[in-house]
Write a protein that binds this ligand. Structure first.
Ligand SMILES: Cc1cc2nc3c(=O)[nH]c(=O)nc-3n(C[C@H](O)[C@H](O)[C@H](O)COP(=O)(O)OP(=O)(O)OC[C@H]3O[C@@H](n4cnc5c(N)ncnc54)[C@H](O)[C@@H]3O)c2cc1C
Length: 353
């Protein structure tokens, strides 16, 4: 379980002043299959502390490479470490690609996809866009990409090249908060008014089959509401959230073994069942890690889905959920970093990644 794969860094280059594109390949020379829009969970040790962070793959499924884009976050541990330390030839470990930010592709489909990306939210949308253009020759893609200024546009050259190579199939609308453009509509923040005008004049939502949105949570909600108001069904809209709306990262309260008397949990990992005591208010993941189980996890904030497991017996309540869809929750899937058992016993099973 939680099997980490060593990857060699084959190339690093800046894509803006504060973002790098990192190419990787498995150390053993194999290829690592992924679905467009999925992410890698990297593990590294910084100053003696193990850090795990998720980064979306931005390569397309036919690109024969793994590529991620890492934007520097002020005061951020992993992003600054990657910018300052990582170099070609280094090895970094990652879990197998995960995530459900995609719809199935097929060469016979003729679809119109909408992509909405804000800032570094371009990475999974770029993967989907590249994959659609390569795999579905009859489909087209409209990308609405919002940034503060032109200099902040990640993968700008790659997007221009893709546009030139796919005339008539790829339409890109840049919205720049601070830089005036020829058309007023394309300057400023993405808000409900701007979307209303855009959907009326530039992007007919009724012609679109699916939309992919990645950016800060409030903007994603506004875009989704606007798409639905213009007739797009809820289940045609896919989201990927990079960070929850929380400020800072308070360490989770550590529970001692003596305190752990709330729920008797059976945790099935790699097909092996193990009994663990979960203290009142403690999450399943925290209890599993405390008991020394090698349960998978990354963000521990309910944002990625690395730690998801299925409740086979009993019940649990999630403190927050930014990753699972309604139908997954209805099937009993929970984010174990957020799931607190509500009864005396519970059985959960981690899916094999
Ligand atoms: C599914 C998924 C995909 C993602 N894909 C991408 C991607 O493609 N590209 C990308 O750039 N990012 C991506 N992210 C975000 C990425 O995983 C990291 O969250 C991001 O890079 C910041 O990590 P960090 O270690 O640099 O910052 P962290 O160390 O996590 O810090 C984040 C912020 O919190 C502040 N902070 C930290 N600790 C505290 C504290 N105790 N109190 C107060 N403030 C604190 C820091 O100063 C900083 O501003 C993705 C996230 C998810 C969940």
């Amino acid at each position: 379980m939680a099997k980490f794969i060593p990857l060699t860094v084959t190339d690093i280059h800046p894509t803006t002043a504060d973002a790098i594109a990192v190419r990787l390949k498995p150390v053993d020379g194999s290829t690592l299959p992924f679905t467009q829009g999925q992410y890698l969970t990297f593990r590294t040790e910084i100053d003696g502390t193990e850090i795990r962070r998720a980064y979306s793959i931005c390569a397309g499924v036919t690109d024969e490479t793994l590529e991620v884009g890492i934007k520097k976050v002020k005061g951020g541990a992993f992003s600054n470490w990657a910018h300052d330390t990582l170099k070609p030839g280094d090895t970094i470990e990652a879990l197998s690609p995960m995530g459900a930010f995609h719809t199935p592709l097929s060469p016979n489909q003729a679809k119109h996809y909408l992509g909405f990306a804000i800032g570094s939210g371009i990475t999974p949308v770029l993967s989907i866009l590249r994959s659609v253009l390569a795999v579905e020759p009859h489909s087209r893609f409209t990308l609405i990409y919002a940034n503060r200024a032109a200099r902040d546009v990640m993968f700008r050259e790659e997007l221009e090249d893709l546009k030139n190579e796919n005339m008539g199939r790829l339409n890109i609308v840049h919205i720049l908060k601070n830089d005036p453009q020829g058309i007023d509509l394309f300057t400023g923040r993405i808000d409900a008014d701007k979307l209303e005008q855009m959907f009326k004049a530039w992007v007919p939502v009724t012609s679109a089959d699916a939309a992919f949105i990645c950016g800060p949570e409030p903007a994603m909600r506004t875009i989704a509401e606007s798409l639905q108001a213009h007739g797009m069904p809820k289940n045609a809209i896919k989201y990927e959230l990079f960070a929850s709306a929380q400020t800072g990262q308070l360490p989770q309260r550590k529970v001692t073994d003596d305190e752990a008397t709330g729920t008797r949990a059976t945790i099935i990992l790699d097909g092996t069942a193990q009994e663990v005591d979960v203290a009142p208010g403690e999450t399943i993941l925290a209890a599993a890690l405390r008991a020394g189980l090698d349960a998978p996890y990354a963000c521990t904030a309910g944002v990625c889905s690395t730690c998801m497991c299925t409740v086979r017996d009993g019940a649990a309540e999630m403190l927050t959920n930014h990753a699972l869809e309604d139908y997954e929750v209805a099937r009993g899937v929970v984010l174990s970093c957020q799931a607190v058992p509500t009864g005396d016993t519970i059985t959960v099973e981690y899916l094999d990644h």
